[in-house]
Design a protein around this ligand. Structure first.
Ligand code: MG
Length: 314
């Protein structure tokens, strides 16, 4: 007897939206897109041993699988609308599925985001989410709109998720309280949806930081055909990151992924508006210029060579 995991295990817990005409249970879901809005569509896969450590709690995997997709919508200034889920599981473990589901729907319910479909198969543990959001046509924030003179900003603090990963792998010593704090960043990233919506009409370009600041900011620079020089001293170091040597902190801030903060650019004339709309901590780390490429400057304003730009997908 086939255990219909999505129908039986997930459907009863999904939230409902009037624009879902047909949800889980048929060959396709049927949804009614809002008039005059674009659909923003993204997919992400988390694989055990690649994107999360073996032994990570099912609850946090459920949260994170959705959070990484929401983060992509945040980076576009899109509002979450519907999500689909594909699970590859080594075997059916009801406890695991219950915890996964709770982590997933706890986050989904924050955005009244319905699960409208999915499928499962047997295989090594991996989770794919497919998310669809909506955004007015002129309001989508892409990676290609940065102009020389625009300020470069990041939300919150970077490097903490990377710090947790190193500590869990015993590559860096960390006592239990700071480890718990860092691990929360790694296991329960908080997608910056509210920031993305607030940045509509203000940010000229944006990206979510999943692979490290240097790598992700470089995507904006390349796609916008601009450049930037970022003094190391401009990178904000969180109280938690102050417990490790500053060189290590800088390395993690620049090259560790998984924080899911946003990096975005804002024309100088819109900076006062930015101050009014952003309710979270954020920092200006530099200014876009017209010399292609990213340069990280040391205390003597000399460019550093970046050994490892960020998380490499292949
Ligand atoms: Mg992204």
């Amino acid at each position: 007897v086939e255990f219909k995991i999505i129908d039986d295990f997930f459907k009863p817990y999904s939230s409902h939206r009037a624009d879902v005409l047909l949800g889980i249970g048929d060959d396709c879901a049927l949804v009614k897109p809002p008039r005059d809005q674009l659909l923003a569509i993204s997919t992400d896969t988390l694989v055990e041993g690649v994107h999360f450590l073996h032994g990570t709690s099912a609850h946090s995997i459920g949260h994170k699988a959705l959070a990484v997709s929401l983060s992509d919508l945040a980076a576009m200034g899109a509002e979450p609308a519907w999500v689909l889920l594909s699970l590859s599981l080594p075997h059916i473990d009801e406890d695991w599925l219950n915890q996964f589901r709770q982590g997933f729907f706890q986050l989904a319910s924050e955005y009244n985001l319905p699960l409208i479909g999915g499928n499962t198969c047997q295989g090594s543990l991996s989770i794919a989410t497919h998310i669809i959001g909506v955004v007015p046509p002129s309001k989508a924030i892409t990676r290609s709109g940065a102009q020389p003179g625009d300020g470069i900003y990041i939300t919150g603090y970077l490097g903490e998720a990377g710090l947790a990963l190193l500590a869990l792998q015993h590559k860096i010593p960390l006592s239990s309280a700071p480890l718990a704090q860092a691990q929360k960043r790694l296991d329960y990233p908080d997608p910056r949806i509210a920031v993305g919506l607030a940045l509509r009409g203000i940010a000229s370009a944006a990206i979510d930081i999943s692979d490290g600041l240097a790598a992700d900011l470089s995507h904006i620079l390349e796609q916008s055909q601009v450049g930037a020089s970022i003094p190391l001293a401009n990178l904000p170091i969180s109280p938690l990151m102050q417990s490790i040597p500053v060189e290590k902190a800088h390395e993690l801030i620049l090259s560790a992924g998984d924080d899911y903060e946003l990096c975005f650019t804002v024309p100088a004339k819109l900076e006062p508006e930015l101050k009014q709309v952003l309710k979270c901590p954020y920092h200006c780390i530099g200014v876009i210029d017209d010399i292609p490429g990213l340069r990280i400057l040391d205390a003597d304003a000399k460019p550093l060579s970046l050994q490892k730009k960020g998380y490499e997908h292949f």
